[in-house]
Design a protein. Structure first.
Length: 216
């Protein structure tokens, strides 16, 4: 089975990818499993730029097809403060509890209609099988809760409320989250790319198919 590097040092995110990409035909590997030390630093100004940098770095270090993502929380009432910079909000050393307190303070007194938000995720795939970086993306809409709730998930999940479920993202089971999350939506598109690459590998490994593909 061909190997796919998931370029993240976040074990919570890696576990999600293991669940989301189960039976995808690729053997998922983390940087630590390959003895790699990859930077999580995000210097780009867009999700696409950050995901591309991480995917290219992972592919260069491993020689493998590499999947990387960048995701962020977008809050409509704080339009320029988070997004691709969500992981750097208040500085990299700030805890999420500190970030929650600041965000909730700034939204204090606002009705649910003015607390609209979304999680957005962009996936980049890079590696020797690809002539160019391929992208997939997804998002999920919600509102910012009045207070953090839930013990599951990671990052901003405890303050991201899903009105249709009346739960925060952190109150969902893994199965519930993987059915609706921004990352799940992006992975659904990425799976089509991974399937194409698997089919290409199979054609090239079969001399008859390879000859047919070349017109011989």
């Amino acid at each position: 089975m061909p190997r796919l590097l998931i370029a993240t040092n976040n074990q919570g995110k890696f576990r999600e990818y293991r669940q989301l990409l189960e039976n995808c035909g690729w053997e998922l590997k983390s940087p630590s499993e390959l003895g790699l030390s990859l930077s999580d630093e995000e210097v780009g100004e867009t999700y696409e730029a950050n995901a591309k940098i991480k995917a290219l770095n992972g592919a260069a270090a491993s020689g493998l097809l590499t999947l990387a993502d960048d995701s962020g929380l977008e809050i409509d009432a704080l339009p320029s403060e988070l997004g691709p910079r969500a992981a750097r909000f208040l500085g990299r050393k700030a805890s999420y509890l500190e970030r929650f307190r600041v965000i909730l303070k700034r939204l204090e007194g606002l009705s649910a209609a003015k607390r609209t938000a979304r999680f957005r995720c962009v996936i980049a795939l890079a590696g020797p099988q690809l002539q160019e970086v391929r992208f997939a993306e997804g998002s999920v809409e919600g509102i910012i809760a009045q207070e953090p709730r839930g013990e599951g998930g990671f990052g901003y999940d405890p303050i991201f409320h899903l009105p249709e479920l009346d739960k925060t993202m952190a109150e969902l089971s893994a199965a519930e989250k993987n059915a609706i999350s921004h990352r799940a939506s992006a992975v659904a598109s990425a799976k089509h790319i991974l399937k194409e690459l698997l089919n290409d590998r199979k054609r090239m490994s079969d001399p008859t198919d390879a000859a047919a593909a070349s017109g011989l």
